[in-house]
Design a protein around this ligand. Structure first.
Ligand code: NDP
Length: 325
């Protein structure tokens, strides 16, 4: 029986338990994957804590990469032995996972299992944010919060690739160095100074075209105050906590601002949209345009430590869990 990280009650990292699970054969539309690496994402902490309710018990994890071990009767485009990666269903923190075939994409030979597992969820997120939520161009100055984080390092690189001027926020000198290396033109230590006034200074008083904000509660107000008239706040996460109810009049007062609260599922609505994004990401990785930084690797059994580090703001880039062979 494969080993997995199961949640039987919601709570802190201590509720993550190592368990042997019964998977059974794949359903007609599923594939069974031998997991080489599982991605850790901030959303896993919301599922673990019960912020986003999930029926108990469940195996945590929304992302992974590995090799197809069995295919369901209706699956025609994947075969045993194919290397795949996926995001968007539970069960990734495990030696083996049952994955809907429509969520699994083939991984090119030039991309390792670890890089694929580190790319799917955060990569698709960064891709849709800069290309679809707000199509970033060379005329834009953009603000990326937590610029050395998993999504943050990818947003910086993809916004730079589209020609924008990128301002990043980070909490430490080490993270500042990583975000600058990824291409950020300016960095604000938002734990030390008011980033809205800093962003205004850096844009000659105008404000930025778009703020990519995955931090939420602690940044929301100042993110709005950083925008130019008709600017867009893409509030895509809540690492510091949920934003309280919003008054639309604030958008009016700020200069006819736009606010959106996007999620990946709405930007991967068809198989074609998913594979457009993943193909572009894999091509960018293969050509050297996009660098995937795996910042931290943990044995699967140490998933709780990974969550402590992520929530404790001690991480940069991607966190991976490596199941026993
Ligand atoms: P990160 O690697 O970015 O980790 C979170 C970072 O947020 C920290 O490293 C820290 O960076 C910053 N942060 C600021 N305040 C806090 C706080 N109080 N507690 C913890 N961290 C804080 O995580 P991910 O890349 O996995 O995710 C980033 C955000 O994007 C999350 O909110 C996540 O839910 C969201 N997300 C949303 C998606 C969507 O489609 N809507 C998809 C994927 C992710 P620093 O130390 O520099 O401040």
């Amino acid at each position: 029986m494969p080993t997995a990280i199961q949640v039987r009650r919601t709570g802190g990292p201590e509720v993550l338990e190592v368990a042997d699970i019964e998977l059974g054969p794949p359903a007609p539309d599923q594939v069974l994957v031998d997991v080489a690496a599982a991605g850790v994402n901030y959303i896993d902490t919301y599922h673990r804590a019960g912020v986003y309710p999930v029926e108990l018990p469940f195996v945590l994890g929304q992302e992974g990469a590995g090799t197809v071990a069995a295919v369901g009767a209706d699956v025609t485009d994947l075969a045993v032995g194919d290397r795949v990666a996926w995001q968007g269903c539970f069960g990734g923190y495990a030696q083996q996972a049952l994955v809907p075939a429509e969520l699994a994409v083939k991984v090119p030979g030039s991309v390792s299992d670890e890089v694929a597992a580190a790319t799917l969820l955060q990569g698709v997120t960064a891709h849709y944010l800069v290309s679809s939520t707000y199509p970033v161009s060379e005329d834009d100055t953009v603000l990326v919060h937590a610029a050395a984080g998993g999504v943050g390092l990818l947003l910086v690189q993809l916004a730079k690739a589209r020609g924008a001027r990128v301002i990043g926020t980070v909490s430490t000198a080490e993270k500042e160095e990583l975000a600058r290396k990824a291409g950020a033109d300016e960095i604000i230590r938002y734990t030390e100074r008011d980033f809205a006034s800093a962003a205004r200074e850096l844009t000659g008083g105008e404000g930025v075209a778009v703020v990519f904000d995955g931090v939420g509660k602690s940044t929301y107000e100042a993110s709005l105050a950083s925008l130019r008239p008709r600017g867009l706040l893409a509030l895509f996460g809540a690492a510091s906590g949920a934003v309280p109810p919003v008054d639309p009049q604030q958008l009016n007062a700020g200069g006819s601002l736009y606010l959106t609260r996007p999620k990946t599922a709405d930007y991967t609505r068809t198989r074609a949209e998913l594979t457009w994004r993943t193909d572009e990401l894999f091509s960018a990785i293969t050509s050297g345009l996009l660098h995937i930084r795996v910042g931290h690797r943990y044995p699967l059994a140490e998933a709780a430590r990974a969550h402590e580090d992520l929530e404790g703001r001690r991480t940069s880039g991607k966190l991976l869990l490596l199941p026993p062979a």
